[in-house]
Design a protein around this ligand. Structure first.
Ligand SMILES: Nc1nc2c(ncn2[C@@H]2O[C@H](COP(=O)(O)OP(=O)(O)OP(=O)(O)O)[C@@H](O)[C@H]2O)c(=O)[nH]1
Ligand SMILES: Nc1ncnc2c1ncn2[C@@H]1O[C@H](COP(=O)(O)OP(=O)(O)OP(=O)(O)O)[C@@H](O)[C@H]1O
Length: 691
C-alpha cells in the first residue's frame, strides 16, 4: 500500500552544521512535485525556505522479487521457486520515489536533501548497441565499465533482436515519471539487453526479472542518498565476487583497489549476515549488538551502506519468495540491518526497512494499524503548519536556521504504542515540526509564537532547556492542535542543542536504542561511521550544487579515534585500544565474540572448544585440540593478532573420534590410578589400547 505523505525540510546554512561535511546550501522549495530541477528559491541568511516532498510513512512496496548478497542468490535463481514468481516489476515503487525527497544521511543529520542533489544520468543506446554516457561526473565511466565488465566478450555473443523501445521486463509505470531515477536504470538495462541476450533470459531472480536490475536499483538507491561514484559502483558490482566469474583481482585490475576493497567488504558482510541468519545469532541481544558494531568497524562503513541498499531493495521486492523465507529475511533485517541504518543515521532507510519488516512479520497488525492511521493521518497538515510558522517567525523577526517536518513512520508509531501502552489517538507526534533557532532567547520567543498560532494541548509542554535530560538532551517540546484539531508536536532548539541531539551522548540513534550502555569504543565507531557516510554523501552534493566545497574536506579524525580537538570525541576513554569482535564458527554454529585489543588466535583457541583445558601429566591436554582457519586461510602462526571482523573457523585438529575417546579413556584411567605403559602413552594415530 502506498500512502502519500508530505514532509517539509529546510536545509540549514553551513554555519550551523555540527559537521562541516553534512551541510549543503541549497534551499529548495518543492512540496509535491517530483521535479529534480534545482530550486529557484532564494536563500536568505535568516529565513530559510522549506524543502518539501513526499516522504514514506508506510513504505511497503508491492513489487515482486528478491535477493540479497551472495547468500540469497542461489536460492532465488531458477529452480522451483521461479514457479512462484510474478513477472511484473515495480520495485521502483512508491517507497523509493517518496524516499527521493527524504533520503540522505545528511537528511537525517541536518534535514533531508533536495531533489536537486540526486545525480542524473542519461544513457542513449547508439546504433551499434553501445552505450553513450551523459556528461554527469557521477557515473561517467563507471557504468560503462561496470557493464563492460559484465558482458560476454566471447566471439559468440549475441546482439538482442528486440527493438530499442522494447524492454523485456515491465517497469513500474510510476517509475517512468521519475525524472532522475528511471532513465538511467531503464536505459542501461535496455542497452545491455540490446547488446547481450544474457540480460534477457539468464541470471533471473525469483521474480523472473533480470538479475542486473537488482544491481542497478541497488546502485540507484545509493545514488539517491547522494553516495559518490565509488559507492554507487560498488552497488552495481556488489554481488560479483560471490556470483560471477569476477574475483577480487579482476575487479582490482579493472577498476582499481578502492572499488575492489569495497566490493570485497560487501561480500564479507553478505557472508557474515548469512552465517548469522543460519545460526540465529542476532536473536541474542548481546551478539546482535556485537554484530552491529563489528559490521561498522570492519574497514569501511561504506560497505555497510552498500549492503543496506542491497537489503532495502531485496526487502522492497520480497513478495516473490515463499512465506517462510519472507519471514526469515524480515527477521534478520529487523535484527541486523535496520539497527545499522539507525546507527548510520539514515532514517529514511531505517523507516522503510522497519515498515517492510513489520509488514512481513506481523501482517495483520500492519494492516490494522495502516487502516487506522489512514483515518487520522493528514498529509498536508505538516506542510501548511510549517508555512504558517514560517510566516509568523518572519513577522515576529525571529531568525532561524532550519524548519523540518516529518510524519512518524507506521512502525515507529507501533513501537511507541507498545512501549507506552497507548492507543494511536494518544500518540501526539505523528505529525511533527522541528525548529532550529540561533539562541536560547529565540527558543522561547518562537515557543510563544507557536502557542499563539494554535491551541495548546495541556500537559504536553516540556522544557528540556531549563531541565535537560540526564544525557544532556535539550530542547523545548510542545504539542498543539493543528488544522482539524490534529495534534502537532513542535520541537524548538538552538543549533548547538541540535548538534548534541544528533551526535554525542544524546544522539538520536542512542535514544532509539533506549540509551543502552555502549563502550566508548562503540560510540566512537558509530559516530565515525556516520561521519564517513555523511562525508561521502556530501562529496557528492558538492558536485551538484554551486556551494563552494573544497576538495580537502575529510573527516577530521581517523577511525576509531577522534582527534584531540574533535567536538564529537568520547573523552576521556578515547585513547585506549578498543575490543575486537570476531566471528567464531565451531561445530557449524556461529557466534560473535569479544576479545581485548591485541588478542591472538592462540587466545581465542585457548577459550574455545570442548573440555576442561587441563593438562595431563602425560603432556597432552584433556581439551580437544583445535585447528583454526582465519578468513578461510589455515593459520600457521597462532600468535597472529585478531582483527575486527575476522571469521575464525575452528575444527578438531585430529578429527579421528577414536583418538579423542582414547584420550578421555586415558584420563579416566589416570584419575583412578591405573598405570599406563610407555606404548600406551604414545598418542599416535590409532592406538589399540584396551583396559
Ligand atoms: N536525540 C534525542 N532526542 C530525544 C531525546 N529524548 C527525546 N527526544 C526527542 O523528543 C521527542 C519527545 O520526547 P518527550 O517529549 O520526552 O516525549 P515522551 O515523554 O517520551 O512522550 P511523548 O510526549 O508521548 O512523545 C522524541 O520523540 C524525540 O524526538 C534524546 O535523548 N535524544
Ligand atoms: N517533531 C519533530 N519534527 C521533526 N523531526 C522529528 C520530530 N520528532 C522526531 N523527529 C525526527 O524524526 C525521525 C524519526 O523519529 P521517530 O518518529 O521514529 O522517533 P521520535 O519521535 O524521535 O521518538 P519517539 O518514537 O520515542 O517519540 C528522527 O530523525 C527524529 O529526530
Amino acid at each position: 500500500m502506498a500512502v502519500p505523505t508530505i514532509a517539509l525540510y529546510a536545509s540549514p546554512p553551513s554555519s550551523m552544521c555540527s559537521s562541516p561535511y553534512s551541510c549543503h546550501g541549497s534551499y529548495d522549495f518543492d512540496l509535491n512535485s517530483r521535479s529534480s530541477s534545482p530550486s529557484t528559491a532564494t536563500p536568505s541568511s535568516t529565513h530559510k525556505t522549506i524543502v518539501g516532498g513526499l516522504s514514506s510513512l508506510f513504505s511497503s512496496s508491492s513489487s515482486s522479487f528478491s535477493s540479497g548478497g551472495a547468500e540469497d542468490l542461489t536460492s532465488l535463481r531458477g529452480g522451483e521457486e521461479l514457479n512462484n514468481c510474478s513477472f511484473s516489476y515495480s520495485s521502483f515503487g512508491s517507497s523509493l520515489k517518496r524516499d527521493h525527497f527524504h533520503q540522505s544521511p545528511v537528511s537525517v543529520i541536518q534535514g533531508p536533501i533536495s531533489l536537486g542533489s540526486t545525480p542524473s544520468l542519461r544513457f542513449s543506446p547508439e546504433r551499434d548497441g553501445s552505450v553513450r554516457v551523459g556528461t554527469r561526473r557521477l557515473f561517467k565511466g563507471v557504468v560503462t565499465h561496470a557493464l563492460g565488465s559484465c558482458v560476454d566478450y566471447s566471439p559468440g555473443f549475441q546482439i538482442h533482436a528486440n527493438s530499442p523501445e522494447e524492454l523485456t521486463f515491465v517497469m513500474d509505470d510510476n517509475n517512468l515519471k521519475e525524472p532522475n531515477l528511471e532513465p538511467y536504470a531503464k536505459d542501461m538495462l535496455l542497452a545491455a539487453q540490446l547488446k547481450h541476450s544474457i540480460f534477457n533470459d539468464e541470471l533471473m531472480r525469483a521474480s523472473g526479472d533480470p538479475y542486473l536490475q537488482h544491481c542497478v536499483e541497488t546502485a540507484c538507491l545509493l545514488a539517491t542518498i547522494g553516495a559518490d561514484a565509488m559507492v554507487v559502483s560498488a552497488g552495481l558490482l556488489h554481488d560479483t565476487i560471490d556470483d560471477s566469474f569476477m574475483n577480487y583481482d579482476y575487479i582490482f585490475q579493472s577498476f582499481g583497489p578502492g572499488l575492489a576493497d569495497l566490493v570485497e567488504g560487501v561480500s564479507q558482510l553478505s557472508h557474515m549476515s548469512k552465517l548469522a541468519r543460519e545460526s540465529n545469532t542476532a536473536t541474542k541481544t548481546v551478539e546482535a549488538d556485537r554484530l552491529h558494531t563489528m559490521f561498522l568497524a570492519m574497514a569501511d562503513a561504506r560497505a555497510v551502506l552498500v549492503k543496506l541498499a542491497d537489503r532495502l531493495h531485496n526487502m522492497m521486492t520480497l513478495d516473490a519468495l515463499p512465506l517462510s523465507k519472507q519471514y526469515r529475511f524480515a527477521k534478520e533485517t529487523m535484527e541486523i540491518f535496520s539497527p545499522l541504518a539507525n546507527r548510520l543515521g539514515i532514517v529514511s532507510w531505517k523507516e522503510q526497512l522497519e515498515n517492510l519488516c513489520f509488514k512481513y512479520l506481523n501482517p495483520n497488525q500492519y494492516k490494522d494499524l495502516s487502516t487506522q492511521l489512514m483515518k487520522s493521518f493528514d498529509g498536508e497538515m505538516v506542510t501548511s503548519a510549517a508555512e504558517k510558522l514560517e510566516q509568523a517567525l518572519k513577522d515576529g523577526s525571529v531568525t532561524y536556521h532550519g524548519l523540518y517536518g516529518r510524519h512518524k513512520s507506521l512502525y515507529s508509531i507501533h513501537c511507541k504504542m507498545l512501549k507506552k501502552n497507548l492507543s494511536m489517538d494518544e500518540i501526539h507526534d505523528i505529525h511533527g515540526l522541528r525548529l532550529i533557532v540561533e539562541n536560547v532567547e529565540d527558543c522561547y520567543k518562537a515557543l510563544n509564537l507557536v502557542h499563539g498560532l494554535w491551541p495548546v494541548v495541556p500537559g504536553k509542554f516540556k522544557d528540556y532547556i531549563n531541565n535537560p535530560k540526564c544525557n544532556g538532551y535539550r530542547s523545548l517540546h510542545t504539542v498543539v492542535q493543528g488544522k482539524g484539531l490534529v495534534p502537532l508536536e513542535v520541537q524548538i532548539r538552538t543549533k548547538e542543542m541540535h548538534s548534541q541531539a544528533e551526535f554525542g551522548f544524546a544522539a538520536h540513534w542512542r535514544y532509539k536504542e533506549d540509551d543502552c550502555m555502549h563502550s566508548s569504543f562503540v560510540l566512537q565507531m558509530v559516530e565515525w561511521a556516520r561521519w564517513v557516510v555523511t562525508w561521502q554523501c556530501e562529496t557528492m552534493m558538492k558536485d551538484q550544487s554551486s556551494i563552494g566545497y573544497t576538495d580537502t574536506m575529510k573527516p577530521p579524525c581517523k577511525f576509531p579515534f577522534h582527534s584531540e580537538d574533535c567536538p564529537h570525541s568520547y573523552k576521556p576513554s578515547c585513547g585506549s585500544d578498543g575490543p575486537v569482535f570476531v566471528i567464531v564458527i565451531e561445530n557449524d554454529k556461529m557466534s560473535v565474540q569479544e576479545f581485548p585489543a591485541n588478542s591472538t588466535v592462540k587466545d581465542l583457541v585457548a577459550v574455545a572448544g570442548q573440555g576442561s583445558g587441563r593438562w595431563t601429566p602425560y603432556g597432552f591436554s584433556v581439551k580437544q585440540e583445535l585447528m583454526a582457519k582465519v578468513n578461510r586461510e589455515a593459520v600457521n602462526d597462532y600468535n597472529c593478532k585478531l582483527k575486527m571482523g575476522d571469521v575464525v573457523e575452528l575444527s578438531p585438529k585430529i578429527p579421528d573420534k577414536s583418538l579423542t575417546e582414547y584420550r578421555e579413556e586415558i584420563q579416566r584411567m589416570y584419575e583412578i590410578g591405573v598405570p599406563i605403559t610407555g606404548r600406551q602413552r604414545t598418542a599416535g594415530n590409532r592406538v589399540g589400547w584396551r583396559r
